[in-house]
Design a protein around this ligand. Structure first.
Ligand code: CO
Length: 134
């Protein structure tokens, strides 16, 4: 089921500061900020060749990363995103195996415009998993 690691996501309290750190201090290529109101975040991607780092800042009142940042005020690793060939087949297989799919269980368009789903971190050793249709 699992394909490539698409990205590692870090929640950050200050996206402009995180962009400056990755672009200016670390010398990486960073995309323009993209607001994703449906996911309650603003994102950029840092291209590191073999994968990407997604930097997430809360957007709006009910951001799903607000609680994470309250617990981790300086930021931290938020999720891993793996590619899957068929996101609906993957979801059905995971649900049949007892894994919890977050939200209403229907894929939403993610930062790359492709459908994504999130899996409960308690089912995967404390790490939130995003699946993205490849
Ligand atoms: Co992500």
């Amino acid at each position: 089921m699992l394909g490539r690691l698409n990205h590692v996501a870090l929640a950050v309290p200050d996206l402009a500061a995180a962009i400056a750190a990755y672009r200016d201090t670390l010398g990486a290529e960073v995309t323009e900020p993209q607001a994703l109101p449906e996911h309650g975040v603003t994102v950029v991607f840092v291209n590191v060749g073999n994968t990407k780092i997604e930097l997430l800042e809360p957007l709006g009142e009910n951001s799903p990363i607000a609680a994470f940042l309250a617990k981790n005020p300086s930021g931290g690793m938020h999720h891993l995103c793996y590619e899957v060939d068929d996101i609906l087949a993957a979801r059905d297989q995971l649900k049949a195996a007892g894994a919890r799919v977050l939200g209403d269980g229907n894929p939403k368009p993610g930062a790359h415009g492709k459908p994504v789903l999130f899996l409960h971190p308690k089912d995967f050793f404390g790490t939130l998993i995003e699946l993205e249709q490849s």
